[in-house]
Design a protein around this ligand. Structure first.
Ligand code: OSB
Ligand code: MG
Length: 370
């Protein structure tokens, strides 16, 4: 395909509910969207870099110039035929996976349209129904949390994940387990604990959790292997897995028994597929993580989740949990039994509402071939 132009946009979207993790609370999102114009189609993608460099060192203000000065020029200069070509083209740039992922996924999105195929089939997916869970942030009170969980279970969600931090962890999980003894329940620490917490972390074993996600440092794998040896509960790594070699090392060293696959963190669909394949080879299940995405990133997460080894419910949930009005049409909807159905429509199967995006845009820049 001949890429004629690449447009970066920042949109602002208030969240329906605030979202709090061990690194803070957000009330809304500043989202970087990328679109590419190629051979008469427009491919869209979302850069999942956050408002702050807290989840990862990347953030919206690093992703924008990285795309503008280093990644977009490569695509505008060359002839790219597939999203698969992008990792090699971007290899000279170290890290910056979220920036790379946005551009690569826009190419996949365009490619699916040009081939007149559903994106999920182009990615190699086989599932027609995606199992959904929810990630519930830290709340102001336990009562508020219990109410939220009850609402999500009533809506059909198949797994509840609680954000935890010291002071909002064992005490909370104990109450939740007492009220719902049989639900699939997990916790996500976002790297807040240290090896000084090993005895504390061992106490999670009492609650029959599906997993404990990213308990230790974001850049650490080996020490998770040490921790996993002392825990009955399966560790799931999120932040620590930057690419397929990390996944291989983590699984060989016993650092985790489950992997959270986030396409942005891994730098695009190509590497996400590789991590999926590595886990499959180790007979370890993966699930699709979320980053409070708008419909564009969400629809890409849905497509990725159709790959066979996405065996556990993901954090891919309905648009309405986040947005009053999503920027895709229809919004992502979840059935009463906690599933998202994928169809045979070309591309993502969701229409991008460009007029709405225009209204939400606070900054835009279009790059063209020179
Ligand atoms: O660690 O999975 C995470 C949101 C922002 C940053 C990191 C994480 C999350 C979530 C939310 O858990 C998942 C979602 O509902 O999109
Ligand atoms: Mg996580």
């Amino acid at each position: 395909m001949k890429i004629e132009s690449i447009t970066l946009r920042e949109i602002h979207m208030p969240l329906v509910n605030f979202f709090e993790t061990s690194f803070g609370r957000v009330y809304g999102r500043r989202i970087l969207l990328v679109s590419i114009q190629a051979d008469g189609v427009r491919g869209w993608a979302e850069c999942v870099a956050g408002e702050d460099p807290f989840y990862s060192s990347e953030w919206i203000e690093s992703a924008w110039p990285t795309i503008k000065h280093y990644l977009a020029p490569v695509l505008l200069a060359g002839d790219v035929s597939s999203g698969r070509d992008c990792p090699a083209l971007f290899a000279k740039v170290r890290g910056n996976n979220m920036a790379k992922g946005a551009l690569e996924n826009a190419v996949w999105d365009a490619e699916a349209q040009l081939r007149q195929q559903p994106l999920w089939k182009l990615l190699g997916g086989t599932r027609r129904d995606i199992a959904c869970g929810v990630s519930i942030g830290i709340q102001d009170s336990l009562e508020q949390l219990m109410e939220k969980i009850a609402t999500e279970l009533a809506a059909g969600y198949r797994r509840i994940k609680l954000k935890v931090k010291p002071g909002w962890d064992l005490n909370v999980v104990e109450k939740v387990r007492a009220r719902w003894p049989d639900i699939l329940l997990s916790v996500d620490a976002n790297s807040v604990y240290t090896l000084g917490h090993v005895e504390h972390l061992r106490k999670f074993d009492a609650f029959n959790l599906l997993m404990i996600e990213q308990p230790l440092w974001n850049d650490e794998i080996y020490l998770h292997a040490r921790l996993q040896k002392t825990l009955k509960t399966d560790i799931c790594l999120d932040e620590s897995i930057r690419h397929a070699r990390d996944a291989d090392f983590a699984l060989e060293s016993g650092a985790c028994r489950i992997i959270n696959v986030k396409v942005g963190r891994l730098g695009g669909f190509s590497e996400a597929k590789k991590v999926h394949d590595v886990a499959l080879r180790h007979n370890v299940p993966v699930w699709c993580g979320g980053m409070l995405e708008s419909g564009i990133g969400r629809s890409h997460n849905v497509a990725l989740s159709t790959l066979e080894n996405f065996r556990l419910p993901g954090d891919v949930s309905a648009s309405q949990r986040y947005w009053k009005e999503d920027i895709i049409e229809p919004a992502v909807e979840v059935s009463a039994d906690g599933m998202i159905a994928v169809g045979d429509a070309v591309g993502t199967g969701y229409r991008v509402q460009e007029d709405l995006i225009q209204k939400l845009t606070v900054r835009t820049e279009t790059l063209t071939a020179r």
